[in-house]
Ligand binder design. Structure first.
Ligand SMILES: Nc1ncnc2c1ncn2[C@@H]1O[C@H](COP(=O)(O)OP(=O)(O)OP(=O)(O)O)[C@@H](O)[C@H]1O
Ligand SMILES: [Mg+2]
Length: 359
């Protein structure tokens, strides 16, 4: 995959003119979404998800290509998207997203000198990574300069995703960053505002955080926390197997004794997550002006489906917390079952941001 494909995706809200299918490949589920922009607004054409076998995606890396290709093929057969071009996204340990200042203002100069700048910030051999940047703005000093998000992604990761898509007959067109796709989704659904908001997408093994204001990311970060951690804690508290603990976490149990333990664990872990976000917020506040401090948090990802999670986040952080529904103002195609889609809406947030890249 060419570096330009990563680059084109990082130009924020802009469209390349070609519609793409958004495919969010997580360690728990693959989410697929196709949109169409019409004079009635954004139309949801196709949407669905398929579960990924445990261990097939590890630390953002495809560990079991064959198993994952099988899951994606089945999802494609089921949903039958009408386009082959795709936008997908990556994050995790092997993807570095860092805000830095560079002594260039012109995009071309930044691109040409990116590897020199990256030397200081990327803990991998530069020959092993794709580099890119997202320009935040010019710095007003005597010398030219600008503030950018430097993005470095291990080639191994990007190439692995591209190979997976190709092997299932798709065409990998855009590789985005999870946190940026989330920001894109939010701005399309809620509008661009100068009031900063903190977006938190809690998956199974990681959480993508993006604080945005006026269409630009202020702090984009991945955190090692997610729903698997909660399932593990339920497993430990009840003595059940992981799969059983997972089922009870999602659907509950008639056994009141078990449910008592489960709700205790859910409370504890959700509070821990809230505390973690609070710490990041404090770090952000120490490093930014007050107009960049969010008063609202929007939760998405499969683990935002935990009942009452927004209240926990609100209690721990002191900010107003909400669940993000990307489909609030979207028109549904006839083929879409609204009840099903609304039940998984927050989990589809990143795939929505991806499908918007050029839809
Ligand atoms: N109704 C529900 N209630 C509670 N938790 C849920 C519910 N539905 C899904 N989850 C949890 O959400 C997590 C999966 O969310 P999601 O599909 O967003 O993850 P992912 O994107 O595949 O994972 P990651 O991004 O961490 O690799 C799992 O831990 C799952 O148990
Ligand atoms: Mg995810």
């Amino acid at each position: 995959m060419k570096l330009s494909s990563l680059s084109s995706s990082l130009k924020g809200f802009k469209r390349s003119g070609h519609a793409v299918v958004g495919i969010d490949i997580g360690s728990y589920s693959i989410k697929l979404l196709e949109l169409a922009v019409t004079n009635k607004g954004v139309v949801l054409k196709k949407a669905g998800r398929a579960l990924v076998p445990r261990g097939a995606v590890e630390d953002g890396l495809i560990a079991d290509h064959k198993a994952l290709a099988g899951v994606l093929m089945a999802l494609l057969a089921n949903l039958q998207p009408s386009i082959k071009r795709t936008a997908t996204s990556i994050s995790g340990y092997s993807v570095i997203v860092k805000k830095i200042v560079v002594p260039y203002d012109d995009d071309k100069d930044i691109a040409e000198n990116l590897d020199i700048e990256a030397e200081n910030y990327v803990p991998f051999e530069l020959t092993d990574v794709y580099l890119d940047f997202y320009k935040l703005g010019s710095i007003e000093t005597e010398q030219n300069g600008s503030e950018i998000f430097l993005v470095a992604a291990k080639r191994e990761i990007v190439d692995g995703y591209a190979a997976l898509l190709q092997d299932t007959g798709l065409s990998p067109s855009i590789v985005d960053i999870d946190a940026f796709a989330l920001g894109n989704a939010f701005e399309r659904a809620k509008g661009v505002t100068d009031k900063p908001v903190c977006l938190v997408d809690i998956g199974a093994n990681k959480t993508n955080l993006n604080i945005i204001r006026n269409g630009a990311p202020l702090l984009a970060k991945d955190i090692v926390m997610g729903g698997s951690q909660l399932t593990e804690a339920i497993k430990d508290a009840t003595g059940l197997k992981f799969e059983e603990a997972e089922k009870i976490k999602i659907s509950g149990s008639k056994d009141m004794g078990v449910m008592g333990k489960v709700s205790g664990v859910v409370n504890e872990i959700c509070s821990q997550w809230g505390v973690e976000i609070k710490k990041i917020m404090e770090f952000h506040q120490a490093n930014s002006a007050e107009y960049d401090w969010p008063e609202r948090i929007f939760l998405s990802g499969g683990s935002s489906l935990i009942k009452g999670i927004e209240k926990k986040f609100s209690d721990e952080t002191g900010l107003d917390a909400f669940i993000f529904n990307p489909f609030k103002d979207v028109v549904f195609d006839k083929a879409i079952d609204p009840e099903y889609i609304f039940s998984i809406a927050p989990q589809m947030a990143i795939s929505f941001g991806l499908a918007l890249r050029s839809a």
